[in-house]
Design a protein around this ligand. Structure first.
Ligand SMILES: Nc1ncnc2c1ncn2[C@@H]1O[C@H](COP(=O)(O)OP(=O)(O)OP(=O)(O)O)[C@@H](O)[C@H]1O
Length: 258
């Protein structure tokens, strides 16, 4: 890890207009680090992720991102065109529902290749080759490259969405409950795959999950959210094995009892 954070978040606040959202969140994220965000439904996890991905703009606070070139940009002040370019080249976003992150009318190979074209690739043979490589990497059989995602199982769709995100070599990948909504055995396989990819590619990841088992397996560090605020953070094992806050203790014990 380098000494320079890839992302710096300071006093980030988002108000939906009804007094809800997130409030005063600050943290830094270093290259190669996996940050888990946990908390009950409505605690603000998705709102925070959307802010990091630039899908919504904060009510107040700072969000700075260090580009591959070393340049530091203020994500809030970035003109729309540059923000979109950054989203295509440096960021990945894995949605809980793969249908939100895939183009259902386009073949599996097309879904992966399209992302490469969006970041500038033009040579058809090379694009198809890279797509085939990535489908293999996420354990989708060669013979399925021309099939539409609608013919895939939920687990395959999720693996395809991951390939579509990773093919262009993003530096920061945001994941919103990537294993949610899948059967337990499918979840386990996907988690294994994700863990391998994160380690092999040295990805920097922010992963939102309400599943502490997922957080334990993937995250180096955890932030616990409640009512739009971060109430506890630290190394994953430390937070889960020795939670300081009563709310985190409850979260951990309810999962252990489940
Ligand atoms: N579009 C919206 N309009 C108004 N309030 C919203 C909107 N989306 C979320 N909120 C409120 O903002 C707060 C944070 O919601 P958010 O969806 O970020 O939580 P979450 O932790 O991701 O929950 P979940 O695990 O259920 O997705 C909640 O109080 C929620 O009711």
């Amino acid at each position: 890890m380098t000494t320079e954070p890839i992302l710096d978040v300071s006093s980030l606040t988002y108000d939906y207009g009804n007094g809800r959202g997130i409030e005063d969140i600050s943290f830094a994220l270093w290259p190669g680090e996996v940050l888990g965000i946990v908390g009950e439904s409505g605690s603000g996890k998705t709102t925070l992720l959307k802010l990091l991905g630039g899908q919504i703009r904060p009510t107040s606070g700072e969000l700075t991102y260090r580009l591959a070139s070393g340049e530091v940009v203020d994500l809030n002040a970035l003109p729309e065109g540059r923000r979109r370019l950054l989203a295509r080249t440096e960021l990945g976003f894995v949605h809980q529902n793969p249908r939100d992150g895939l183009r259902l009318a386009v073949s599996a190979g097309g879904n992966v290749g399209e992302r490469l074209m969006a970041s500038g690739a033009r040579h058809y043979g090379r694009i198809r080759g890279a797509a085939a490589d990535w489908l293999r990497r996420v354990e989708i059989e060669d013979g399925r490259i021309d099939d539409k995602p609608t013919t895939f199982s939920g687990g395959m769709q999720q693996r395809l969405q991951i390939a579509r995100n990773l093919v262009s070599g993003p530096r920061l990948v945001l994941m919103d409950e990537p294993t949610g909504g899948l059967d337990v055995s499918v979840q386990a396989r996907l988690l294994d795959l994700l863990r391998g990819l994160v380690a092999d590619l040295g990805l920097t990841v922010v992963i939102v999950t309400h599943d502490l088992g997922v957080a334990r397996l993937l995250a180096d560090r955890l932030m616990v959210m409640q009512g739009g605020r971060v109430i506890e953070s630290g190394l994953t094992d430390q937070v889960l094995d020795d939670p300081r806050e009563p709310y985190t203790q409850l979260l951990v014990s309810s999962v252990l009892a489940a």
